[in-house]
Design a protein around this ligand. Structure first.
Ligand code: CP
Length: 331
């Protein structure tokens, strides 16, 4: 990497004011662009160097997962290691939570072991924000209930930007269980800030008209929006968050909303097919589409490491420099 890129990294680190990464709703378009640019530079630097970077050498990142995860947990862990940090891997099952220790006491205990950043996933909306009020270290939200999943939004947006060059003017369809999806929320805030038109699509029981007040188009028939979407992001039906089944059967849902070979023929010829994963093959997407030439699902996974490197590095730097951060910037 040349001196110019090193200079850019230094400029971004010096200007980044956010000690925590809690959601995309509270970030500006410039903030999101800085995260994406930093992700590109850090992952490019790691690849060209062929070895770990030492940007977080001597720092410790703790993964606190109170919900299951494959992609987010492992990519935060790998991102930390690629930056030279040590990691603490906490899983609620098998921990002293079963003995009655509270969520905040658990997090404070892990912080007392020397964590410079805590990455937290929890079923309750607002938990990452709550932790940020109780800990001195950086807090990064790895998914809080149906509220936000900021690094998922960032990796989705980075993947689109890599494929299309810019978000401005693109139409992105988010299809499926919008009501229970933290990924949908982070995508909506981030995509809109970067100039994309967002359509949310799914059964009326899972897609509220309230989104129209935020400038989001609402649709209930996938077939109606297919010809105008540049990107389709197919969200999983989150059965684990639903009190009542929102449609008569999974088979009926798949008939109306699964992206399949026949629907691909009616979509734009260069449509991008995305899914945050885990995917339910045959429910929101059929295997020939998930594994087909339009799918960027595995590129999304790779970009997860890049955006998490950026989020960790920028947040920890801002926390180290917090003496110079004004109270209003301490978000
Ligand atoms: N997309 C996502 O958050 O996947 P995991 O639940 O596997 O982390």
């Amino acid at each position: 990497m040349g001196g110019q890129l090193s200079e850019e990294l230094g400029t971004w680190a010096a200007s980044w004011r956010h000690r925590h990464l809690l959601g995309l709703e509270s970030l500006s378009a410039a903030d999101i662009t800085t995260l994406l640019d930093t992700a590109e530079v850090l992952s490019g630097r790691f690849k060209s160097q062929g070895q770990k970077l030492d940007l977080l050498s001597g720092k410790t990142v703790a993964n606190l997962f109170f919900e299951n995860s494959t992609r987010t947990r492992n990519s935060f862990s790998l991102a930390s290691k690629r930056l030279g940090a040590d990691t603490i891997e906490f899983a609620s099952s098998g921990s002293s939570v079963s003995k009655g220790e509270t969520f905040i006491d658990t997090a404070k205990t892990i912080e007392a072991m020397g964590a410079d950043a805590v990455v937290v996933r929890h079923a309750t909306p607002g938990t990452a924000s709550l932790l940020s009020e109780h800990l001195d270290c950086s807090v990064l939200n790895a998914g809080d209930g149906a509220h936000e999943h900021p690094t998922q939004g960032l990796l989705d947006i980075l993947t689109i930007r890599q494929k299309r060059g810019s978000l401005r003017g693109l139409t992105v369809g988010l299809v499926g269980d919008i009501a229970h999806s933290r990924t949908a929320r982070s995508n909506i805030w981030g995509l809109q800030k970067l100039g994309a038109h967002v359509i949310v699509c799914g059964p009326a029981t899972l897609v509220s008209r309230k989104w129209e007040a935020h400038g989001v188009e609402v649709a209930h028939r996938l077939d109606d929006i297919l010809p105008k979407c540049d990107v389709l992001n197919l969200l999983r039906i989150q059965f684990e968050r639903q009190a009542i089944r929102p449609f008569p059967s999974v088979r009926e849902y798949a008939l109306l909303y699964a992206m399949n070979a026949e629907r691909m023929r009616r979509a734009k010829p260069d449509v991008l097919i995305m899914a945050p994963g885990p995917i339910n093959r045959g429910v929101e997407i059929t295997p020939e589409v998930a594994d087909g030439p339009h799918s960027v699902i595995l590129q999304q996974v790779g970009n997860g490491i890049a955006v998490r490197m950026a989020g960790l590095w920028l947040s920890i730097n801002a926390n180290c420099n917090k003496a110079g951060v004004s109270a209003s910037d301490r978000s």
